[in-house]
Design a protein around this ligand. Structure first.
Ligand SMILES: C[C@](O)(CO)[C@H](O)COP(=O)(O)OP(=O)(O)OC[C@H]1O[C@@H](n2ccc(N)nc2=O)[C@H](O)[C@@H]1O
Ligand SMILES: Nc1ncnc2c1ncn2[C@@H]1O[C@H](COP(=O)(O)OP(=O)(O)OP(=O)(O)O)[C@@H](O)[C@H]1O
Length: 283
């Protein structure tokens, strides 16, 4: 039987400015999303019914319920393409849940790509991106899983600067953080949109520019989950760390390094009770 597979890489917000708020309460953002160095894996085999099983180190933190984003994405695609077949889906969960690196969003986007192939729908990437938007603000950018600028509430996607080869380290203290609570805890006004170059020639140049920008959700997330401060301090103390910041609504924080090997070495130096993954940023 044919089994197809897709990787669902972590999404990392290198900066995240909250630039405004819509009448429906959703926030307008300006962010640069990049992907790597850890991923969930989704596999699909043909079947009459739609089903989902969970595996992997974080599989037990989720229930394979109908509201799992993978199944919601599958139903959305089937409805759009008029598919009546099912699929036996298996999600291997390597990314911590509710952690600011869009694990559920990456899984949903992977489901769209995977079932588009399994069911022979042949929908263009732009169509999958449009289908993704109502499922969650982070899902459109995860469809291509390529570095991209996110604006609007996340659905306006455009190419970001050309990125240098560099290393990325992700560290999560194993404390889940709920995205709506972080947006609610935010105080103060809005930030301007960022001005970005067309390309960064080195990790150091990228880190220097990013240091002038912020993650506006870092302060509210810290107020709800103080251990984030310890994660940031550990990253800043790691040899070769050029910049440390929180991703998305937290609690995962990232460090930028000149090389993937330095990021992987720094991962081995993090406290064993935390989740850490170091390697290459997908350019
Ligand atoms: C913080 C980010 O991770 C940055 O990439 C995303 O904006 C969040 O994306 P997400 O988790 O896919 O968000 P959704 O599942 O669509 O929304 C969860 C909740 O976050 C808040 N939310 C989300 C996105 C956004 N632009 N403004 C918001 O205010 C809303 O309260 C919403 O009910
Ligand atoms: N396949 C899935 N993987 C992870 N979470 C899922 C999935 N399906 C549904 N969810 C629900 O979505 C919520 C958010 O999970 P997710 O891991 O995507 O958050 P996040 O990393 O904070 O995302 P973001 O960076 O987009 O804010 C979880 O609380 C979980 O109950």
């Amino acid at each position: 039987m044919t089994t197809l597979e897709e990787a669902a890489p972590a999404k990392v917000n290198l900066f995240l400015h909250v630039t405004g708020r819509r009448a429906d309460g959703y926030h307008l953002l300006d962010s640069l999303a990049v992907f790597g160095p850890a991923a969930d894996r989704l596999a699909a085999a043909p079947a009459d019914q739609l089903s989902l099983t969970l595996a992997g180190p974080f599989g037990e933190s989720l229930a394979a319920e109908p509201d799992n984003l993978v199944l919601r994405a599958a139903r959305t695609l089937a409805a759009e393409a008029g598919v009546t077949a099912g699929a036996a889906l298996r999600l291997e969960k390597h990314l911590p849940v509710a952690s600011g690196i869009g694990g559920g969003s990456a899984d949903a986007a992977a489901a769209l790509r995977l079932l588009n192939r399994l069911w022979g729908c042949a929908l263009e990437e732009t169509v999958l991106t449009r289908l993704a938007a109502p499922l969650g603000a982070d899902i459109p950018v995860c469809v291509a899983s390529r570095p991209a600028r996110m604006q609007g509430i996340g659905e306006q996607i455009s190419p970001g600067p050309t990125l240098p080869e560099c290393g990325l380290l992700l560290v999560n203290p194993r404390v889940p953080v709920a995205t709506p609570a972080v947006f609610r805890a935010r105080q103060g006004g809005f930030s301007p949109s960022a001005t970005l170059p067309g390309a960064w020639g080195s990790a150091a140049a990228m880190a220097a520019d990013l240091a002038r920008l912020t993650n506006d959700l870092e302060a509210p997330a810290l107020s709800l989950c103080p251990v984030i401060g310890e994660v940031l301090a550990a990253l800043r103390a790691a040899p070769g760390c050029l910049l440390a910041r929180m991703s998305g609504s937290g609690a995962t924080c990232f460090g930028i390094f000149a090389t993937p090997a330095e990021a992987a070495a720094a991962a081995r130096g993090m406290p064993p009770a935390w989740w850490a993954a170091g390697g290459a940023l997908i350019t």
